[in-house]
Design a protein around this ligand. Structure first.
Ligand code: SF4
Ligand code: SF4
Length: 168
């Protein structure tokens, strides 16, 4: 397959669409929903345990998880338990022109509420700027950082970078 993740080092939107199936426009319009960008056969399942609504399942321990988008409420509880940092929650209806993307974050310093940050795509390239709306400390020292981004970046913004002070 073109843009094979193992060759380029990250998943592309097209590969995700084919491998995991993404929420429909109608489901996205209903509000926040988790996107599980985990496509490898690995023995791992904290995401299944974390979801008390039973939205995430695995056929066996090593098969990739699947999610029932209709059961998911976008609570983000699965985001910080994933050791692969592979789960994101997107809300395309956050504001008229902004979407909210909740991202697992393990770097220091941890960004603060209202801070302006760069937003990066899955390859690590800067694609825009965002504002931190919420920061939640998870159970395993992983933070869940919710950043407001331009609506058209909701399916691409997957990381953030703290902006340097002007005098640094
Ligand atoms: S965001 Fe919440 S409801 Fe949705 S899959 Fe994760 S834990 Fe379940
Ligand atoms: S916890 Fe993360 S890495 Fe493990 S199976 Fe779930 S999504 Fe994949």
């Amino acid at each position: 397959m073109k843009n094979e993740p193992r060759e380029i080092g990250y998943l592309t939107y097209d590969v995700l669409k084919e491998k995991i199936g993404l929420p429909s426009k109608e489901r996205l319009a209903k509000g926040p929903v988790a996107i599980i960008e985990c496509t490898e056969d690995i023995p791992c399942d904290p995401c299944v345990e974390a979801c008390k609504l039973g939205a995430i399942s695995k056929e066996s321990l090593i098969t990739p998880p699947t999610i029932d988008y209709e059961k998911c409420t976008g609570c983000t509880l699965c985001v910080d338990v994933c050791p692969g940092l592979a789960i994101f929650v997107i809300n395309v209806n956050y504001k008229e022109e902004k979407a909210l993307v909740s991202i697992p974050y393990e770097m220091l310093p941890v960004p603060e509420r209202r801070e302006k940050v760069d937003t990066l795509d899955r390859s690590g390239k800067k694609i825009g700027e965002g504002e931190i709306i919420k920061v939640r400390r998870g159970k395993r020292e992983t933070f869940v950082v919710s950043v407001a981004v331009d609506k058209n970046l909701a399916t691409e913004a997957r990381s953030i970078k703290i902006q340097k002070e002007e005098n640094e």
